[in-house]
Structures are given as structure tokens and as C-alpha cells.
Design a binder for this molecule. Structure first.
Ligand code: GDP
Length: 355
């Protein structure tokens, strides 16, 4: 193993972004040869994978073409992995749980990638997920690749980068991918739209709203785990499990005919975690056999296609200097009651169409 590789596997936060080789690469990347980089990535080279992700995360226009090239090649090579989304409020024990379930996953599967989306990093420029030393055990395992939150100004941008990172990981032979996010905003919806199974972690005691989780997120979950169900809190955890079971009973049935399970676990003590992994595998097998998995992935691809079109159109509309100027004028007219908001919108859209 080369010195650089050693450095990566030992990286405490598992952040391959910060290694010397990747840093050098960022400075010198005018000379990137996408073919060489892709071939290395396809052989499972972790450094090449980290470099490729850096390229797709880049906002530099000169990297755009290389990124497109890498994605196209990866799409041809990628074998879809089992993609698992994990969400929950800050402090519920997500990273501890991932450390624990990751080891069970590796008993059945070959390679695990853990990607994180941290919406708080865009708002505060700090981050809830990234500042801690996370998943120390997993980050030292050779077949595990951990990539902290993609940077970006908008959630849509971060989601795109994460989805493309999934493709790169799949091309690099990762057969299981965990996408983790803090369940405090819109990022859960984005993650739900890119995974095969969506797992919500909650704490014993207190309903979803008390824990800062929106009702819709509970509805989206394919599996709910009441974490921190340690010895002394097992009764409370069981009560929470019953309460959530009752609550989801009133939701419309899942399209795939699968009843959402509510389970208890302790990520810290590795209790109940293997059972959760087994349940997730059952869910994956059920969806594969019934054809629901294919259907879900197809509708996710369509969702992202339309999302991207809408976002791009919106962006080019609102950043057009002429439109912005006329918009300001129309806004005043709407405020003064001289024109209705609908008339104003229509005339602006007409203007944009004829440009
Ligand atoms: P995250 O913010 O959701 O990723 O949460 P962390 O995994 O960083 O855990 C937050 C805190 O909860 C840490 O101090 C963990 O040691 C603790 N913790 C995580 N899982 C458990 C558990 O199963 N039981 C108990 N008692 N504490 C836990």
C-alpha cells in the first residue's frame, strides 16, 4: 500500500478531501485526464474516487466537461448499489448507528460508501455533521469510503452532487451506499428521492414534532428505529415504539404493500442493529422481487430530471439582468395596485420567452 493510501485509511474523520494527494490534485487539476482517472476509479482506487468527486463538486467551469465525461463513463459501468438513507435529529446517534450497522453490512456486502448531506453547513458555514470526528472505526476499514457533506450554495446543487457521487461510487464497485442527513430541513426529501430504503432514527420519549422532525418525514420512512434503547431506557423505548406504530397505522398503505416497521436499537451497544440490517435486506429483496425497486428508481430519475429543469430555468430567469430590472418595476406596480400579480407574472414570462 502506498504512503498516500495509508494516510487515507488512517484519516480520522475519513475525509479523503483533506489528504495531501487530493489537495495537490486540486491545485494542479488543469492536467486531469478523465480517461486515466476513470480507469483508476473503476479499479476501485479510493484516491481516484476522491479526486473524481472533487471534480464533480467543483464549480469551476473548466471542470464541468471533465465531470460530465466522468459521469457518462460511470453510468455505463455502475452496477446499482443498495442505497440506504439515514436521517434523524442532531444527536440522535446517526454516526454511532452507522458505525455499528456498517460492520454488520460488511458481513454480507463487499464495499460500503457513506455520504453525508449537511444542510446546516450551507446556512451557518459551520456544520452539525462535519465538525465532529465521526465514524472513527469505519474510516479505518479498507472497504469503506466516507465522504463528508458536499459543499454548495443550494440544497438542489448539493443533492445533484450527492446523486452523481453515488454513481461514481457504484462505478468504483461500492455495492452498499449510505446517505446520511440531519433531519431538520428539506434535505430529507432530497435524500428520500435518491435511496432505495429510507430509515428514520428517533429517540425514546417524545413524538416526532417534539424531536424536531416534520410529520411528512415519518410518513416517508420505510423503517423507523428508536435508538438509544439502552438497558435503562428499554421500557421508554418500547412505549415510543408503540406510539409510532399506532401513528403510522393511520397513514395510507405503502405503494409496495410493505408495512413500515418500528424497531428499537442501541447503536452505542450494538443492540438490535443487526436486526435492523436484516429487515432492510428483507425490504430490498421484497422490492426487487416485486419490481417496485425498479419503479422507485425510475420515478426518482424522472423527479431529478424535472427538478433540475425547474431549478435551472428559475436560476436563469432570476439572474437575467433585464428580467430583474423589469421585475422590480412590475413589483412596484403590483404594490400600487396598478396591475394584478398574475398579469405581471404573465408579461414577465412572455418577455423571457421572446428573449
Ligand atoms: P448524530 O448527531 O445523530 O450523528 O449523533 P452521534 O452519533 O454523534 O451521537 C450523539 C451522542 O449520543 C454521542 O455522545 C453518542 O455517544 C451518543 N449515543 C449514540 N448512540 C447511543 C446509544 O445507543 N445510546 C446512548 N446512551 N448514547 C448514544
Amino acid at each position: 500500500m502506498s504512503a498516500d493510501k495509508n494516510k487515507n485509511t488512517k484519516s480520522k474523520d475519513g475525509n479523503l478531501k483533506n489528504t495531501k494527494s487530493v489537495k495537490k490534485f486540486i491545485q494542479k487539476r488543469k492536467t486531469i485526464d478523465p480517461n486515466t482517472l476513470f480507469n483508476q476509479l473503476a479499479k476501485g482506487d479510493r484516491i481516484a474516487l476522491a479526486k473524481a468527486i472533487t471534480v464533480i463538486e467543483s464549480s469551476r467551469s473548466e471542470d464541468h466537461e471533465v465531470a460530465q465525461n466522468l459521469i457518462s463513463k460511470s453510468l455505463l459501468k455502475a452496477v446499482p448499489a443498495f442505497r440506504i438513507g439515514i436521517t434523524g435529529p442532531p444527536g440522535v446517534g446517526k454516526s454511532t448507528f452507522i458505525e455499528s450497522i456498517g460492520k454488520h453490512i460488511l458481513k454480507n456486502r463487499k464495499k460500503l460508501a457513506v455520504l453525508t448531506i449537511d444542510p446546516t453547513s450551507q446556512v451557518s458555514k459551520g456544520s452539525v455533521l462535519g465538525d465532529k470526528t465521526r465514524m472513527q472505526d469505519l474510516s479505518t476499514i479498507k472497504n469503506v469510503f466516507i465522504r463528508p457533506s458536499a459543499a454548495g450554495d443550494t440544497l438542489g446543487g448539493v443533492a445533484r452532487k450527492t446523486r452523481e457521487t453515488i454513481t461514481l461510487c457504484e462505478a468504483a464497485g461500492y455495492d452498499t451506499i449510505i446517505v446520511e442527513t440531519v433531519g431538520v430541513g428539506q434535505s430529507e426529501i432530497a435524500v428520500h428521492s435518491m435511496v432505495d430504503a429510507f430509515c428514520l432514527l428517533l429517540m425514546p420519549g417524545g413524538g416526532d414534532e417534539l424531536q424536531g422532525i416534520k410529520r411528512g418525514v415519518v410518513e416517508m420512512a420505510d423503517l423507523i428505529a428508536i435508538n438509544k434503547a439502552d438497558e435503562d431506557r428499554i421500557e421508554l423505548a418500547k412505549q415510543s415504539r408503540s406510539a409510532f406504530k399506532n401513528a403510522i397505522h393511520f397513514y395510507p398503505p405503502n405503494e409496495n404493500g410493505w408495512g413500515t416497521k418500528v424497531m428499537t436499537c442501541s447503536g452505542l451497544n450494538d443492540k438490535g442493529v443487526d436486526e435492523i440490517w436484516k429487515e432492510l435486506q428483507k425490504y430490498f429483496d421484497h422490492n426487487t422481487k416485486t419490481g417496485y425497486l425498479k419503479k422507485r428508481r425510475t420515478s426518482q430519475s424522472k423527479f431529478w430530471l424535472h427538478e433540475t429543469i425547474i431549478n435551472n430555468l428559475k436560476n436563469s430567469f432570476y439572474t437575467d439582468p433585464h428580467i430583474t430590472k423589469v421585475l422590480l418595476d412590475l413589483e412596484n406596480k403590483v404594490i400600487e395596485g396598478k396591475i394584478s400579480p398574475f398579469q405581471a407574472a404573465e408579461s414577465l414570462i412572455k418577455l423571457a420567452r421572446h428573449k
